[in-house]
Design a protein. Structure first.
Length: 446
């Protein structure tokens, strides 16, 4: 007996679903009858008139779009004195008198009636897509359609008026897609490229942009950058505004990996931050040593070391606001831990709960806030207990890194910051490599 009852339940659900559909899905008003046509003209309402023939292929193709247009202006297939604009159709093959009256020579023929003189119809010669038709009716009547426009693209749209200002900005890494609207490969890439733009939307130093290279106004820019096929994708880094041809894969993962490598970002496909976001290798080791050091002089020395590191970081030519913010947060956590030893545990739990609620839909956070919290959780992860043996190894690495930086500063005489910077980068890399081994080993032991 269960099968029939389940079938009945499904049938009832289907009927309910149909009942909940809009009562007026939209339908053009049929004015094929001369009587109906004359009665409508007497209403003195503006209207778009389609003269069609049932056998016409172009008419069949236009039909669903034309009904969508009718729906966009509140038409339900019936003429009404209260309708502000009517979308109507006339079968001019069936009623040839009307067709001859308005000199219809081909199908479909669209004409505009201003609601005044029916013998002075205006020919419509525009495109027959929904947006163009709706825009035409809106311009003629001042009445807005109920078509919901798609959100503007996240990818920055470039043209000759803003190309140099955006692409040549030496504070930005810029990825540019040169495309043509008619290009099939470009159309296939479009949703992927838009998603990549969304993935990096919150990165201040990264711009994902595109330019219609088929537009004559942009032709000279396309030629200058060697665009001979579509899509052509060029990466303009902060220090190379000549541009480098992107030759990687055209899937989201490939674009994300490329931009992460080139711009030192930590995005994942989908736009989330990886567990490395917000972390600074040289401060990671300091954070771990601080958290494992006994209260008192030892911790104070480490704090002073961190402050010196922070001051040096802010002087470096390749520093960014994101790096400075991350470094400041390391210092903040040290201050908090000094006052409250359980701060890291409690704060990690609090922030992780916020992220979980956002993910589950129980709370809504702005994407920039999610990024901020994720970076903080990542930094808090650097403040962890490790075995004494591994701590000693970390301290030795820190000592070596400090000596290298001091030696670099001495050799450069502070006149060649690039030399000191290279050595400091080398020290940071060495510290990170050893730290990964040490902390990873500690994690296994724990």
């Amino acid at each position: 007996m269960r099968a029939p009852s389940m079938l009945a339940s499904c049938l009832a659900t289907s009927i309910l679903a149909v009942a909940l559909l809009p009562t007026a899905l939209g339908k053009a008003v049929d004015l094929t009858s001369t009587k109906d046509f004359d009665a409508f003209v007497a209403l003195k309402q503006p209207a778009l008139l389609e003269f069609f023939a049932p056998w016409c292929g172009h008419c069949k193709k236009l039909a669903p779009t034309y009904d969508e247009l009718a729906a966009a202006f509140g038409n339900d297939g019936k003429a009404s004195a209260t309708t502000k604009v009517t979308i109507a159709k006339i079968d001019a093959d069936k009623n040839r008198d009307l067709g001859n009256r308005f000199a219809i020579k081909g199908f479909p023929t669209l004409k505009w009636f201003d609601g005044k003189d029916i013998d002075k119809l205006e020919d419509y010669g525009g495109a027959r897509d929904l947006d163009t038709l709706a825009k035409f009716v809106e311009e003629k009547t001042g009445k807005k359609s109920n078509i919901k426009l798609p959100p503007p693209p996240v990818a920055v749209q470039l043209g000759r008026d803003n190309f140099d200002r955006i692409v040549l900005d030496d504070s930005k890494h810029v990825l540019v897609e040169f495309y043509a609207p008619w290009c099939g490969h470009c159309q296939k890439l479009a949703p992927i490229y838009e998603q990549v733009a969304k993935d990096f939307e919150n990165e201040e130093d990264v711009v994902v942009a595109q330019m219609n290279a088929n537009d004559p106004a942009n032709n000279d820019i396309a030629v200058k950058h060697g665009v001979s096929s579509y899509p052509t994708i060029v990466f303009f880094s902060k220090d190379n505004k000549e541009g480098v041809l992107y030759q990687g894969g055209r899937d989201e993962d490939s674009f994300v990996k490329f931009l992460n490598d080139k711009a030192s970002t930590f995005r994942t496909a989908g736009g989330k931050l990886s567990e490395l976001a917000g972390r600074l290798p040289i401060l990671d080791s300091i954070a771990t040593r601080f958290f494992n050091a006994p209260l008192g002089e030892k911790r104070r020395d480490i704090v002073f070391e961190a402050l010196n590191m922070l001051e040096d970081l802010k002087k470096r030519p390749n520093t960014t606001k994101a790096k400075e913010a991350a470094a400041d947060y390391y210092m903040k956590v040290m201050d908090k831990v000094t006052l409250n030893p359980s701060y890291v545990e409690k704060e990690t739990k609090r922030l992780s709960t916020l992220l979980s609620k956002h993910t589950s839909g129980a709370a809504a956070l702005a994407s920039s806030k999610v990024d901020e919290i994720t970076r903080k959780v990542n930094v808090l992860g650097a403040f962890r207990k490790i075995p004494e043996e591994n701590l000693k190894r970390l301290e030795e690495v820190a000592k070596q890194a400090k000596e290298k930086m001091q030696q670099a500063a001495k050799e450069a005489g502070m006149k060649e910051p690039s030399t000191a910077e290279k050595v400091q980068n080398s020290a940071e890399e060495a510290a990170q490599q050893v730290k990964e081994k040490v902390v990873g080993h500690a994690h296994e032991e724990l």
